[in-house]
Design a protein around this ligand. Sequence first.
Ligand SMILES: Cc1cc2nc3c(=O)[nH]c(=O)nc-3n(C[C@H](O)[C@H](O)[C@H](O)COP(=O)(O)OP(=O)(O)OC[C@H]3O[C@@H](n4cnc5c(N)ncnc54)[C@H](O)[C@@H]3O)c2cc1C
Length: 449
Amino acid sequence: MTGQWSTEIVVLGGGLAGLRAASVAAEAGRRVVLIEKRDRLGGSAALSAGMFWTAPDLESYRARVPAGNVALGERVISDYDANLDAIRRSGVFVSDQSTDDVMGFGRGFTFDVKAYLGHLEERILKAGGEIRTGLRVRAIEPSATQRYRLVIESDEGEANLETNAIVFATGGFQGSPGARATWMPDVGEDILLRSNPGSTGDGLRLASELGAATAGDLGTFYGHLISHPVSGFTPDRFMLFSQYYSNHGILVAADGRRFADESRGDEMLNQDLAELDGMRAFLIFDHETRSTYGASEPFANFGRLDRFEFAVEHGARHAVADTLDALAVALGTLGVDEGQLRRTLAGDVGVSTLASRVSRSEPPTAAQLGLLRSGPFYALEVQPAVTFTLGGIAIDAATRVIAASGSPLDGVFAAGADIGGLSNYGYVGGLAPAHIAGSIAGVEAVASC
Ligand SMILES: Cc1cc2nc3c(=O)[nH]c(=O)nc-3n(C[C@H](O)[C@H](O)[C@H](O)COP(=O)(O)OP(=O)(O)OC[C@H]3O[C@@H](n4cnc5c(N)ncnc54)[C@H](O)[C@@H]3O)c2cc1C
């Protein structure tokens, strides 16, 4: 593809947010081009569990994300039912409301996300929209004929695409070690990627070049603890290695100390561990935890799996013992400070000396030790992983991208994991906010043309 080209609305990114925004805009009769830089659509959404989940009300949103964008949180909560209905109307499978408590709060329904992504693609094409894969947007410049000109590279050469509106939906910056080093310097650079590899911060970079402000704490991110070492960590197995149940045990660093209140949930512990030197800890839990939370189905239709057994079969360092005393000895041989570990298990909640940089977590509590009830006891080495970044492009509740001056940029919108500040260390979902913001961005982009 070379030469000049024009449209009314460009959507960058072919994951859930981008496909939804493009389908809404195309069905409103606008000329829409969706650009996906990889050779396939779907992004991380296509790898996901399909849990359409978020905070149930504003009070829980504020409690979980005290520094969050309240106007945006309110919009996500108020638009949730209409967006869930839109998915139901597509005819894809949607489960009953989940009773599993993987995230500790919120409301969610599992849907067949792959089928739904295919459904959105069909709708875009049926409405006359264009979908182009394998294209890279190098720059966005002001244009004399329309608002913006995208300079696009492909294997065939370079082209210019003129447009009046742009929706950024490139899925965050977790896929770029350089972007992570710049925007989340406290997180170890070797952190495992639990995401599609294409989300490398292009949306944030291009929007910043247009003058966009950032929002939220760029050092925060969503993900789950993964066993360590891990062999065969392929995208289809990301969820099998995820230790969702870590809030039912304690986490101990190599110095034998705990470093966070584990009861706050795996997605928070994952961020806390990423700030420790070396990014490794042992998750210690009892048999009841292993056989219930550690082996349950985290999402509808996911299937049961003994996560400890699966992790061990795939190379994880671990220990099993009938008593906590014997477990301390076994962990001592794996490099954990045995003396301190014994004191920790006996009720010393002194925070790990390694944790000096951890600024967001709550300190450990003695109550959590009560979850180590009776043997056998297990210890599984874990590492953090990044699924998507929570800080990003500043938007308002209408998904308009906000400049450093505080005013919206003309015709520029963002949705999905590119946006910052809806979740902020505390997490309120990926798919539901992506779909909801994508719906809004589609409508607003149409109105802006
Ligand atoms: C294993 C796993 C399980 C998950 N489970 C859940 C779950 O059950 N519930 C939940 O709420 N969330 C879940 N998530 C998170 C969820 O998938 C994301 O929050 C959601 O997909 C974000 O949507 P998005 O459209 O912003 O990004 P994505 O779906 O990741 O799509 C972004 C797309 O943009 C493309 N792109 C990047 N740069 C460019 C560019 N310059 N030009 C064009 N295209 C570009 C990428 O290649 C990608 O295809 C999970 C994620 C993973 C990986």
